[in-house]
Structure formats: structure tokens, C-alpha cells
Ligand binder design. Structure first.
Ligand code: GTP
Ligand code: SPV
Ligand code: MN
Length: 582
């Protein structure tokens, strides 16, 4: 028996399935699973004209988003999980959750999903094995990862894989746990069939477990899109960007350049996760470990994201969207005219008051269907980064864009970024919280140590990427977005590239370098001068109010906070003219 077979055997002895199926990832296998899911109502076939090859899945109404309060890092020491993670001792976690797996698959099929995160054959790729009783998870993993025989081939009978045990259990939030054992590189997830809770290759492995591997091995696992920007001169830049969940990564990665006629071109490398490592040339190189997109549906329309619309026009799994009785999917932002007789995301006649699609409804689709994929998206070496962007969703305070003074300041900016919560996780929406590097829910270890790792990585490369911060979501007093966003975000990317080449004009403010109003290329864009001024304004009082809040956030890390971070905060306080202590 191989180590993988031994582990699967052991799992089957506790979960007691009627049968064990090793998934090969083939089309035939997928068709068989889809057939079974259509028969038992897990999937519903969508209209073959409007959405060929596509299906609707309605999840349990209490299981529609990641549940951060039920997600735990089970390191031996509480300190190693840090103040921002929920913690249980490994033995306690296992004692608590093992009974939920006990006989959980009785009478049902246990699927074994071998999968690769990262391009096949890349030295940076990693193998995972997920065991699950959910055929919906199998169908999603087949799209999101390189799954099946190719993963077993890469594993070659060895033991270098991350095991992930998943059961939907009884779907009760009372008995839902997503546990990570970073020292053992092991994942246990029970009680949820939803995306990030259940597709264990994604947030559990490629971010939480991978971030601990990366810390130990000198690389980084980040919640980032990767895009390729080509200029009319033919010059190419790769840019990674970390925005919190449902804050615009997919949309920026698939951006259609409004100036494409002039030779500006954006192509997609990844939309959610990036694995970064120092290259032999002193640059930071990025790989997208995923093979598909698990993207936010609402807001996806022909005007906002035409590439996504084309991508999801066929062979897509929709989760929790609305649908016509004839099977045409619909969601807020698809078009302005919801069809008559719409069924909402729970399958009830839509009364036109609330949302028809769930705000966190998602599409699962292969990257191969996306017309904007870069020719290098599966490059086994990855792509070299010119810039890293951080960003949040802030109705106020944060300007459209600013540049950090240097790497260490950039790490400070990223570590202190604030963003309004979204429907991607359960809980209140629209509350500003600190979400360092957009990794608050995804860092597998103490974030104080994580900041230290970021600082060290800056010295591990002789040519570190420039660091920027953006905010597409600033609002006027009436709550309207001031910046058109989406494709127009290209203009901000162009300023960044000009900064990198030493040309772009900027003014120094206490928080960083902000473009002068004439430094942005706004050709063909009808943006009132006063709006631009507001977008680029840095209000000292508002920023001064952030200082004590950031200080309180930092204090939570105690001695695990690198000194450079305190120095950066003192620097900010000084530039703002506020006293350094609370
Ligand atoms: P996760 O998959 O949860 O990690 O999210 P993401 O960061 O990929 O977010 P996504 O691109 O799916 O965007 C989330 C929501 O923000 C969608 O409803 C988008 O329509 C909206 N959005 C994205 N970019 C912009 C923008 O530039 N301006 C505005 N106003 N909305 C945007
Ligand atoms: C996110 O919440 O950041 C997502 C969706 O990308 S999930 O896979 O559920 O984490
Ligand atoms: Mn995400």
C-alpha cells in the first residue's frame, strides 16, 4: 500500500462508507456524477440554449459562505495561531471533531480526490488528497484543480501530499468545524458543503496550510490575483493584487482595457491565490495554483466584466443564483431587467423585494474557458512581478491609489489595511475591519510572524516589486461610487507602471505617494475635476483617527510584532502630526 492508500483506508475505517471511489477526473466520471446529482436534486440542469452544459446547485440556506468563527488553526501552541485566528490544541480539535466523522459516510460513497495545486510538472506545484462524501465537491474540485490520475502520477506513490478529510455531516452550523493542523499539514472539515469550507485545495490548503509551508521554506502563499499588462511599446508587466473577499480580484484580473485600441492589453494569470517565490534573477515570481475560478456572480455583467460573462456562458456550475422556471440563470447585475416568474436562490418565487440571487452566489468554471487568459498562465516557472497592489473596500478615508515609500513601508500599509466586510463570509456586512494583506481569514499562523516573513522576503529579492494601495470603492455623501471602476481601473495600473519606470508624477502625503491630478491618463473618461480631487484626497483628520486603532490592533500581537512595524506606525503618526502614544 502507498502512504495515500494507507491514509484513505484509515479514514474509511472511521467514516464507514458503503463504497470508496478513487476519482480519475475523466469526462465519463464527471458525467456519471452529474447524472446522480441531477437524479437526487443536488444539481438542476440549466437551459441548454441560455447556459449550455451548465448546472444550478442550491446549497443549504445556512451554508452559503465561509464561516470564519468555525475555522480553527490547531497548532500545538496557541501563540503560533496568533491573536487573529481561532485556536484549538490539536488533541482537543481531534477529540471534538472525530465523533462527527465517526460513521458519517455510512451507506454512502466516499470519493477520493487526488489533486495538484499549481501547473502540472512545475517544481512549485503540490499534491493534495481530499476525501469527501459530496459529489458536488468532486465536480467543483475537477474544475478548480488538476485532479485525478495526473495527481497520482505526480505523487508517484510517495508521501508528499496534504491530506484533507471532508464530510458534509448534517450541514448544521452547530456541528461545523474547519480545522487545520499546520504542523501535521492536515485538514479536517465537517458540516459544510460550501466553497472555501469544502473545496479543501483552495483556502484550506493553498492559503492556510501553504502559508505555513511558505514561512518554513522561504516563499509566500497569498490571497492575490495575478495579471499581465502589455503596453503599446510591447513592454510587459506582471502585477499581483491582494483584495479581501468580494473586493474585486476577479474583476481586475479579467479587466478589458478601455484603451485596447492604442495597444494596452490586460490578460489573466490568476484571480484568487498566488504562490510567490524569489527567482534567481532577484525578482519575485508568481504562480497561480488553481485551474479555475470560484467567482462572485452578482455584479458580473457585460459592462462590468465581459470576459467573465463569456467564460461562464457554458459548462459552468452556478451556486445559489436565481433561475427562471425554464432554467435561465439570473442575478443582480446580469442585466437591468429581471425576467418574470423568477425563482430566488432558494427556489421560491421571487417577490422582487430582497435579492434574487444570494449576494455570495458563485460560479465555478475552468480557466480554459476564459478568453483573457495569458499565454503564460500555466508557465511552470510562474511570472516575474513588477508590482504588488493591496486594496480594500472603503467608502471613505482611503484614496483611489497611493504608492508606499519602500518595501518595509509597503508591508506596513498592507498590514494595516482596512476593508468593509462582505457577504463572502457569514456575519455582518459593511463593517470596517483590519484585514492585513487580505489574509486575515487565511493566514495559517501568527500574523505577527507573518509580517516578519513579509519583511524578510523584501530582503530575499534584490529587485522587490513596488507596492501600491488602491480603493475602488470610495463613495459620495449619497453612497454612490465616485470611481467608475472595472475596466477604468486600467488607468490606475498605468500610473503604477509609470512610477516603476521613474516617470509618473506624485505628491508626497503622510500615507504615501499619491498621483498628481494630471498624472492619471483619463483620456476618454468623463470624470469631473472635483470628483478626481476627492478621489485623490488624503484627509489628515480621518487618517489621524486610524492611528490609535492601528496601534490597538498591533498591540494584540505583543512581542510577535516586528519592531519595523511599530517604527512605521510612529512614522505615520509623526507625518500626520499626532502624538505617538494612545
Ligand atoms: P473573492 O472571490 O471572494 O476572493 O472575491 P474577489 O476579490 O475576486 O471579488 P470580485 O472581483 O468577484 O468582486 C466582488 C464584487 O465587487 C462584485 O460584485 C463586483 O462586481 C464588485 N466590483 C469588482 N470590481 C469593482 C470595481 O472596480 N468597482 C466597483 N464599484 N465594484 C467592483
Ligand atoms: C473568498 O471568500 O475569498 C473566496 C470564496 O474566494 S471561498 O472559496 O469560499 O473562500
Ligand atoms: Mn478569495
Amino acid at each position: 500500500m502507498t502512504p495515500a492508500e494507507r491514509w484513505v483506508d484509515e479514514v474509511a475505517r472511521t467514516t464507514r462508507p458503503a463504497r470508496v471511489v478513487w476519482c480519475d477526473g475523466s469526462l465519463a466520471e464527471n458525467e456519471r456524477l452529474v447524472g446522480e446529482m441531477l437524479a437526487d436534486g443536488t444539481l438542476q440542469k440549466l437551459d441548454p440554449q441560455a447556459a449550455p452544459g451548465s448546472y444550478l446547485h442550491r446549497s443549504h440556506p445556512s451554508d452559503v459562505a465561509r464561516t470564519e468563527h468555525l475555522t480553527f488553526i490547531c497548532s500545538r501552541e496557541r501563540e503560533d495561531a496568533g491573536p487573529t485566528n481561532n485556536w484549538m490544541a490539536p488533541a482537543e480539535g481531534k477529540a471534538k471533531v472525530a465523533p462527527l466523522f465517526d460513521g458519517a459516510m455510512r451507506g454512502r460513497t466516499m470519493y477520493v480526490i487526488p489533486y495538484v495545486m499549481g501547473p502540472l510538472g512545475s517544481p512549485f506545484s503540490k499534491v493534495g488528497i481530499e476525501v469527501t462524501d459530496s459529489p458536488y465537491v468532486v465536480a467543483n474540485m475537477r474544475i478548480m484543480t488538476r485532479m485525478g490520475q495526473k495527481a497520482l502520477d505526480q505523487l508517484a506513490g510517495g508521501s508528499d501530499f496534504v491530506p484533507g478529510l471532508h464530510s458534509i455531516g448534517d450541514l448544521s452550523p452547530e456541528r461545523r468545524y474547519i480545522l487545520h493542523f499546520p504542523e501535521e499539514r492536515l485538514i479536517w472539515s465537517v458540516g459544510s458543503g460550501y466553497g472555501g469550507n469544502a473545496l479543501l485545495g483552495k483556502k484550506c490548503f493553498a492559503l492556510r496550510i501553504a502559508s505555513t509551508m511558505a514561512r518554513d521554506q522561504g516563499w509566500m502563499a497569498e490571497h492575490m490575483l495575478i495579471l499581465e499588462l502589455t503596453l503599446p511599446s510591447g513592454e510587459v508587466h506582471y502585477v499581483a493584487a491582494a483584495f479581501p473577499s468580494a473586493c474585486g480580484k476577479t474583476n481586475l484580473a479579467m479587466l478589458v482595457a478601455p484603451l485596447e485600441m492604442q495597444g494596452y492589453k490586460v490578460r489573466t494569470v490568476g484571480d484568487d491565490i498566488a504562490w510567490l517565490r524569489p527567482g534567481p534573477d532577484g525578482r519575485l515570481w508568481a504562480v497561480n495554483p488553481e485551474a479555475g475560478f470560484f467567482g462572485v456572480v452578482p455584479g458580473t455583467g457585460p459592462e462590468t466584466n465581459p470576459n467573465a460573462i463569456e467564460t461562464i456562458s457554458h459548462d459552468t456550475i452556478f451556486t445559489n443564483v436565481a433561475v427562471t422556471p425554464g432554467g435561465v440563470p439570473w442575478w443582480e447585475g446580469k442585466d437591468k431587467h429581471p425576467p418574470a416568474d423568477l425563482l430566488d436562490w432558494q427556489g421560491k418565487p421571487w417577490d422582487r423585494t430582497g435579492k434574487a440571487a444570494h449576494p455570495n452566489s458563485r460560479f465555478t468554471v475552468s480557466a480554459k474557458q476564459c478568453p483573457s487568459m495569458s499565454s503564460r498562465w500555466e508557465d511552470p516557472q510562474g511570472v516575474p512581478l513588477s508590482a504588488i497592489i493591496f486594496g480594500g473596500r472603503r467608502g471613505r478615508v482611503a484614496p483611489l491609489v497611493f504608492q508606499a515609500f519602500d518595501w518595509d513601508h509597503g508591508v506596513f500599509v498592507a498590514a494595516t489595511m482596512g476593508s468593509e466586510t462582505t457577504a463572502a463570509a457569514t456575519g455582518k456586512v459593511g463593517v470596517v475591519r483590519r484585514d492585513p494583506m487580505a489574509m486575515l481569514p487565511f493566514c495559517g499562523y501568527n500574523m505577527g510572524d507573518y509580517f516578519g516573513h513579509w519583511l524578510r522576503m523584501g530582503t530575499a529579492v534584490s529587485k522587490p516589486p513596488a507596492i501600491f494601495h488602491v480603493n475602488w470603492f470610495r463613495q459620495d455623501a449619497a453612497g454612490h461610487f465616485l470611481w467608475p471602476g472595472f475596466g477604468q481601473n486600467l488607468r490606475v495600473l498605468l500610473w503604477m507602471v509609470e512610477r516603476i519606470s521613474g516617470k509618473g508624477k506624485a505628491v508626497e502625503t503622510p500615507i504615501g505617494l499619491v498621483p498628481t491630478p494630471d498624472a492619471l491618463n483619463l483620456e476618454g473618461l468623463d470624470l469631473p475635476k472635483a470628483t478626481l480631487e476627492t478621489l485623490l484626497s488624503v484627509n489628515r483628520e480621518e487618517w489621524a483617527d486610524e492611528v490609535p486603532e492601528i496601534r490597538a490592533f498591533f498591540e494584540r500581537f505583543g512581542a510577535r510584532l516586528p519592531e519595523a512595524m511599530t517604527r512605521s506606525l510612529d512614522g505615520l503618526a509623526q507625518r500626520l502630526g499626532v502624538t505617538a502614544s494612545v
